[in-house]
Design a protein around this ligand. Structure first.
Ligand code: PEP
Ligand code: CO
Length: 448
C-alpha cells in the first residue's frame, strides 16, 4: 500500500458522521482495549473472500449480502443470529440453483452497529436531542443521557461481534449448513405458507438434490454440500473502532481491517478526500462503495483510482441504491465510467436505501413492490449496457417482523405496529426475504 498511509492517517482529514466523544479518557481506554484484543477476522479469510468476489466481477459467481440495518444490544441472541443465517442460506440455495453458479454469502452481521444519520439531531414533541447513531455509539432511548456518545459501547459491540462470528463459524462449518437441511426448511415454508406459489422452483431443487444423492454425490463425500463459506461485513463508519482493530498480516505485511471481512463506505461518507476513504484505501479487505444519486461519474473514477489503483479483481463492490424509478437516471453513466476506466468491479443492487417512505401512521417503511421494482430495473439496465448484475444487498432478518409492507405475507400499513423492532431502517422479514430470493431467481434465470 501507499507509503503515505498508516492506520491513523485518516485523523488528519475531514470526517463526517462521527461522534464527538465527550470523555477522552474513556475513549483512550476503549481504543487501548481494542488494540490489545484479537481481530475478528483473519487475513487469509479476507484474501479468500476477495478471490471469490473476483469471480463475481468476472460474471462467474453471484453475491448475496444481507442482514440488519443496525445490529443492536437489545436484539442480540443466538436465535436471532441463527434465524438470519438460516434465511440467508435458504436464499443462497435458491439463487445458486437459478444463477447456476456459486453464491458468495456475506452477512451484515458481527459488526454492523454504527449508523450515518440524515440529521444530527432529532425533535420529538418539541424536544431536540442528538440523533441515535447506533448501539456502538449511543442509545436509542429518547433521553439526553442516553444520547451521549459512550466509548465503552465499542467494547460491548466488539464482544457481541466476537460471539456472533464465533456462532456463525460454528454454524457454517459444523454441519448445520448442510444443503439438504437448508432446502428442507425452504420446503417447509413453500409447502405450508402463502409462499407456495414458488413450489415449482423449490421442487426442481429437490429433484436436483435427489439426483445428486442417487449419483453418489452426498454431503458425506462432498464437503461443500455440508459446509459453507460465510463472511461478515459492515459500514466502516466509526474509524476509531476500525483503526483499533486494524492488524498487520505477519505473512505479507499487509494491513487488514480486523473488524469484518468486507467493509463498505456509506453514501454519506464517500468524499474522495475524506477520512473514510483514507482509512479504507490502506487496508487490503474487499471494499464496498454505496452509490446513490449524488455520486458523479467523475467522483466514481477518483474513488476507483484511490481505492483500487492496481485494479485488483474482487477489491471493489459498487452497491447501487437509487430508488425505484430512478435507476435509469443514474446507473448507466456510472456503468460507463467503470467501463471507460476498464475497472474490475462487482455491481450489486441495494434496493432498500432509495425506497424508504414514511406512512401516514408515522412508520418508516419500504414497499415490497418498490424493492422488487428497483432490482428489476437494475437487471434491465445491466442487460442493456452489457455489464453483469453481480449481486443483491438486503436489509433483512430471520424474525417475523412487520417493518416492510407487501409480499405474500401481506404486511399492510395498519399492521406495521405489530412487530416493528428495528433500531434503524425497516427490514424484510424471513418470508419477504425468501420470496424476494425466488423473484430475483426468476431474473437470474433470464441471464443464463
Ligand atoms: C446502510 O446500508 O444501512 C446505509 C446507511 O446505507 P447508505 O449509506 O447507502 O445510505
Ligand atoms: Co439501513
Amino acid at each position: 500500500m501507499s507509503e503515505d498511509w498508516n492506520k491513523s492517517s485518516w485523523r488528519a482529514l475531514p470526517r463526517v458522521q462521527m461522534p464527538d466523544w465527550p470523555d477522552k479518557d474513556q475513549l483512550d481506554w476503549a481504543e487501548y482495549r481494542l488494540r490489545k484484543s484479537p481481530p475478528l477476522v483473519f487475513a487469509g479469510e479476507v484474501r479468500r473472500l476477495k478471490r471469490q468476489l473476483g469471480e463475481v466481477s468476472e460474471g462467474r459467481a453471484f453475491l448475496l449480502q444481507g442482514g440488519d440495518c443496525a445490529e443492536s444490544f437489545a436484539e442480540y441472541s443466538a436465535d436471532t443470529i441463527r434465524d438470519t443465517f438460516s434465511v440467508l442460506l435458504q436464499m443462497a440455495v435458491v439463487l445458486t440453483f437459478s444463477a447456476k453458479c456459486s453464491v458468495v454469502k456475506i452477512g451484515r452481521m458481527a459488526g454492523q452497529f454504527a449508523k450515518p444519520r440524515s440529521a444530527p439531531t432529532e425533535i420529538r414533541n418539541g424536544t431536540e436531542l442528538p440523533s441515535y447513531r447506533g448501539d456502538i455509539i449511543n442509545d436509542l432511548e429518547f433521553t439526553a443521557e442516553s444520547r451521549i456518545p459512550d466509548a465503552n459501547r465499542m467494547l460491548r459491540a466488539y464482544s457481541q461481534s466476537a460471539a456472533t462470528i464465533n456462532l456463525l463459524r460454528a454454524f457454517s462449518q459444523g454441519g448445520y449448513a448442510d444443503i439438504h437441511r437448508v432446502h428442507a426448511w425452504t420446503l417447509e415454508f413453500t409447502r405450508s405458507s402463502e409462499i407456495r406459489k414458488y413450489d415449482a422452483l423449490a421442487e426442481r431443487i429437490t429433484d436436483a438434490l435427489d439426483f445428486m444423492e442417487a449419483a453418489g454425490m452426498n454431503s458425506e463425500k462432498i464437503s461443500t454440500l455440508k459446509k459453507v463459506d460465510f463472511y461478515t461485513s459492515h459500514e466502516a463508519l466509526l474509524l476509531e473502532f476500525e483503526e483499533a482493530l486494524c492488524r498487520v498480516d505477519s505473512l505479507t505485511g499487509d494491513s487488514v481491517a480486523g473488524s469484518g471481512h468486507l467493509i463498505w463506505i456509506g453514501d454519506r461518507t464517500r468524499q474522495p478526500d475524506g477520512a473514510h476513504v483514507e482509512f479504507c484505501r490502506g487496508v487490503v479487505n474487499p471494499l464496498g462503495i454505496k452509490c446513490g444519486p449524488s455520486l458523479t461519474p467523475e467522483d466514481l473514477k477518483v474513488l476507483l483510482q484511490r481505492l483500487n489503483p492496481d485494479n485488483e479483481a474482487g477489491r471493489i463492490t459498487l452497491i447501487a441504491r437509487f430508488g425505484r424509478g430512478k435507476v435509469a437516471d443514474y446507473l448507466p453513466k456510472l456503468i460507463r465510467a467503470v467501463s471507460d476506466e476498464g475497472a474490475k468491479v462487482v455491481w450489486a443492487c441495494d434496493p432498500m436505501h432509495g425506497n424508504t417512505v414514511k406512512t401516514d401512521n408515522g412508520y418508516k417503511t419500504r414497499r415490497f413492490g418498490s424493492i422488487l421494482g428497483e432490482v428489476k430495473e437494475f437487471f434491465q439496465i445491466h442487460s442493456a449496457e452489457g455489464s453483469y448484475p453481480g449481486g443483491v444487498h438486503f436489509e433483512m432478518t430471520g424474525k417475523d417482523v412487520t417493518e416492510c409492507t407487501g409480499g405474500v405475507s401481506a404486511v399492510s400499513d395498519e399492521n406495521l405496529g405489530d412487530r416493528y423492532h428495528t433500531a434503524c431502517d425497516p427490514r424484510l422479514n424471513s418470508t419477504q426475504a425468501l420470496e424476494l430470493a425466488f423473484l430475483v431467481a426468476e431474473e437470474l434465470q433470464t441471464l443464463r
